[in-house]
Design a protein around this ligand. Structure first.
Ligand code: NAD
Length: 510
């Protein structure tokens, strides 16, 4: 594993044609342990040359894999699942080391990824086409699914195991070759997953890893042999990926950022709500596309909610996640990101929000730490309400009615998730039907779609047509072929007129 041993920082290799090789890159980026701030590896910032080598090998390996019976392809996933489970703890620890999640959070994220592999194991029974007999006289019609070829995935830092697994298990089981470019901030988990996949028996060239940032991404978006691009990351990059990828003739699905609203009605169960809101806003240090980052208490829900939430959140333990302690919340990914998130708190305060809980006061000797922060009495035009902060910062906009809450949602440029806490069926129905977001929770803090259903972000939280996960992911990684067959009957052979033999109306006229 490419990780610092005895204080020697190793450089990550790339995986091409089933072999780990040196990148041709001349520039490198540091990979940190965010709990300590120490450099644990170096990642090459590759470009077209690495990518082109990977694609060449992938393209060579593709035809044989596409012709491998689908049950055999699925069996590789069965073995992969079993190996992932046996190395579950090792995977969770590497996620914690390079990302900073607490171990329970890291384990849960690995589990979510394994569930996609379980879904992929079942792809043979979801691969059927459709058939219509006699679509014209003696003509049958069928559709079958074919893989696309070489597919690529570009992933963010915040879920080093789960997000890549949204992509490659499905793409590969569908018969494609897959090139992954993980986030340069967290390349190590992806490399461990690749090792495990090779051990599970994936043929050489069918799974590749290249490293880098914009140059590597641009190589993916323009390479003529890459057929599809799956992206997860921030909205402005998602839009860029979609526009450039489709302009180069690729199928693209691009998940973007989010600002997830949590509506709290006065009739909500406050014990449950406070607990769930705290977990949603501050779990994974708020570095989640499904984090509840904007609380919208309705009417007199606000005072009780705020009092209890501030009290409960202020007792959260924040600290290093790679030691023996299990804190409630870990660090942010980098020093730059920490500064950006603090900048948002400063801006929110200067724009008039009340700092009900100030995470800036937290002092930890090393690493990239910020305490949980609550900005009360924020208003709709503030940057802390309109923009994604991606840190442990909960903004609170107090509104009078559920209509106001729905209206606030309709002005939000994102559209990933939204949640309501209520005991009223009427409010819940109104909310789920009208709210401007694609993943809805009713008394559920983080309604992240599970492996079997599509991850249906809306607006600027998604660019494309077919989402990741569920049956839509199979549609994304395959193309359909329609086959029409005319069957000659015995009368054709005898030279009789078909109509005479088969047409009941003609017969009736005789
Ligand atoms: P990011 O957009 O900075 O990076 C994502 C990927 O794009 C990385 O692999 C990175 O190397 C690459 N990249 C960075 N800059 C680029 C550029 N200029 N041109 C081309 N490629 C570039 O995102 P991040 O900071 O790694 O992750 C956090 C973001 O991801 C948040 O906005 C979060 O909401 C989003 N996210 C969304 C979902 C979802 O399903 N909607 C899930 C997880 C994370």
């Amino acid at each position: 594993m490419a990780i610092a041993q005895n204080n020697i920082v190793t450089t990550c290799k790339i995986l091409i044609g089933g072999e780990w090789v040196e990148s041709s890159a001349r520039e490198f980026s540091d990979v940190f342990n965010p709990s300590s701030g120490e450099v644990i590896a170096r990642v090459p910032m590759g470009g077209y040359e690495d990518l082109d080598n990977a694609v060449e090998k992938a393209q060579k390996a593709f035809p044989d894999w596409a012709d491998t019976p689908i049950v055999e392809r699925a069996r590789v996933m069965f073995r992969f699942k079993s190996l992932l489970e046996s190395r579950y703890e090792e995977l969770a620890k590497i996620v914690t080391k390079e990302h900073g999640k607490t171990l329970p959070e890291a384990r849960a994220s690995v589990q979510r990824g394994i569930e996609v592999v379980e879904f992929a194991c079942g792809i043979p029974s979801l691969f059927f086409g459709e058939t219509v007999e006699n679509i014209a006289r003696n003509v049958d019609c069928e559709t079958v699914r074919h893989p696309l070829g070489v597919c690529a995935g570009i992933t963010p830092f915040n879920f080093p195991a789960m997000v890549p697994m949204w992509m490659f298990p499905v793409a590969i089981t569908c018969g494609n070759a897959f090139v992954l470019k993980p986030s340069e901030k967290v390349p190590l988990t992806a490399m461990l997953m690749a090792e495990i996949l090779l051990e599970a028996g994936v043929p050489k060239g069918i799974f590749s890893i290249v490293h880098g940032g914009k140059d590597s991404v641009d190589a993916i978006l323009t390479h003529p042999l890459i057929k599809s691009v799956s992206f997860v990351g921030s909205t402005h990059i998602a839009k860029y990926i979609y526009e450039k990828g489709t302009a180069h003739g690729k199928r693209v699905q691009a998940n973007g950022g989010a600002k997830n609203h949590i509506i709290i009605m006065p009739d909500a169960d406050m014990d449950q709500t406070v607990q769930a809101l705290q977990a949603s806003a501050f779990g994974c240090a708020g570095e989640r596309c499904m984090a509840g980052s904007l609380a919208v208490p309705v009417g007199n829900a606000a005072d009780e909610l705020m009092e209890r939430l501030v009290k409960s959140t202020s007792s959260m333990k924040v600290g290093p996640t790679d030691g023996n302690d299990t804190p409630d919340m870990g660090p942010l990914i980098s020093a730059e990101h920490l500064a950006k998130v603090k900048g948002y708190i400063d801006k929110g305060e200067s724009e008039g929000a009340e700092v009900a809980l100030d995470g800036r006061k937290l002092k930890v000797d090393k690493g990239f730490f910020l305490g949980p922060t609550i900005l009360d009495k924020a208003t709709e035009n503030m940057s802390v309400v309109r923009e994604e902060i991606f840190g442990p910062v909960l903004s609170v906009v107090r509104v009078k009615t559920i209509e106001d809450a729905i209206e606030l949602g309709s002005k939000c440029p994102f559209g990933n998730g939204a949640v309501i806490y209520t005991s009223s069926g009427r409010a819940a129905r109104e909310f789920k039907h009208r709210f401007n977001a694609g993943l809805i929770g009713i008394n559920v803090g983080v309604p992240a779609a599970m492996a079997w259903v599509p991850f249906t972000g809306w607006n600027t939280s998604f660019y494309g047509d077919l989402h990741m996960q569920g049956k839509e992911s199979i549609q994304f990684y395959t193309q359909q072929k329609m086959i029409m067959t005319r069957w000659f009957t015995s009368s054709d052979e005898k030279g009789e007129k078909k109509e005479k033999f088969l047409d009941p109306i003609w017969k009736a006229k005789q």
